[in-house]
Design a binder for this molecule. Structure first.
Ligand SMILES: [Zn+2]
Length: 242
């Protein structure tokens, strides 16, 4: 599988790796697998993404950032950027909480302890890694409402959507950055209809090396789909889905 690196127009140090194919995500089938591991895990790339995203919220009160899909590093750097924004910035010199939800036995997002206090009655910015269908955003918004939080906005590193139920989505990368990016409901996927086999099951924590290994292994052994399912089950049970 060939990955192509795409640079942000706002900061060339922020990149995402994209591979063309036919992939099954948690709620959709997609024709491009997007690997955001580097921007989530490397300081310079994470800081670059955080500064781009913080730029959207200089005039918006942000008291907490809810980090989904292992975006805590970006979230912390966003908080720093917002707090250091110019004296006219709404969040200048403000302390900002970094929060992540837990999942209960029914796979519902919940807050406990300090996290409840950090969001109750507060303006909370929702931060994700990637948005394709918006289902995770809707789920997280429901969770925030339940705990009495006020949604300050929705931002993400990559989004195929510009808005979700009227809520604008701010992203470093959009579908326009990926040539012919398409997402389909699994039951009406055009690639499935065309008889194209799935190349891989794509969870957000599926590192490119494992994914590539699965794909290479699949060429040689019939057990590869079972291995892919094990990886998928692990990733989808430990992280929120998109
Ligand atoms: Zn399909």
């Amino acid at each position: 599988m060939q990955f192509k690196s795409i640079r942000s127009r706002a900061d060339a140090g922020v990149t995402m790796d994209v591979a063309e194919g036919h992939f099954a995500a948690n709620h959709s089938h997609i024709n491009n697998y997007i690997d955001l591991t580097k921007v989530r895990t490397h300081l310079f790339a994470a800081r670059g993404a955080a500064e781009i995203l913080a730029g959207f919220y200089e005039s918006t009160l942000v008291e907490a950032i809810l980090c989904l899909e292992n975006t805590d590093t970006i979230g912390a750097l966003m908080a720093e950027a917002l707090s250091k924004s110019s004296f006219t910035g709404m969040n200048s010199d403000q302390d900002i909480a970094i929060v992540r939800p837990e999942l209960n036995a029914n796979n519902q997002m919940i807050f406990r302890g300090y996290a409840q206090e950090a969001v109750r009655g507060k303006n909370v910015l929702l931060l994700l890694s990637s948005i394709s269908t918006g289902k995770t955003v809707t789920r997280a918004y429901d969770c925030l409402k339940y705990y009495g939080a006020i949604l300050a906005g929705v931002c993400t590193v990559f989004s195929a959507l510009r808005e979700i139920d009227g809520i604008p989505v701010n992203a470093v990368f959009t579908g326009a950055d990926v040539q012919d990016y398409m997402t389909y409901p699994p039951e009406t996927c055009a690639l499935c209809a065309a008889g194209r086999n799935l190349d891989a099951l794509a969870g957000i924590w599926t590192p490119s090396s494992i994914l590539t290994g699965i794909l290479n292994y699949k060429k040689r052994a019939p057990l590869a789909p079972a291995l892919a399912c094990i990886v998928y089950a692990f990733t989808s049970s430990t992280v929120p889905s998109v």
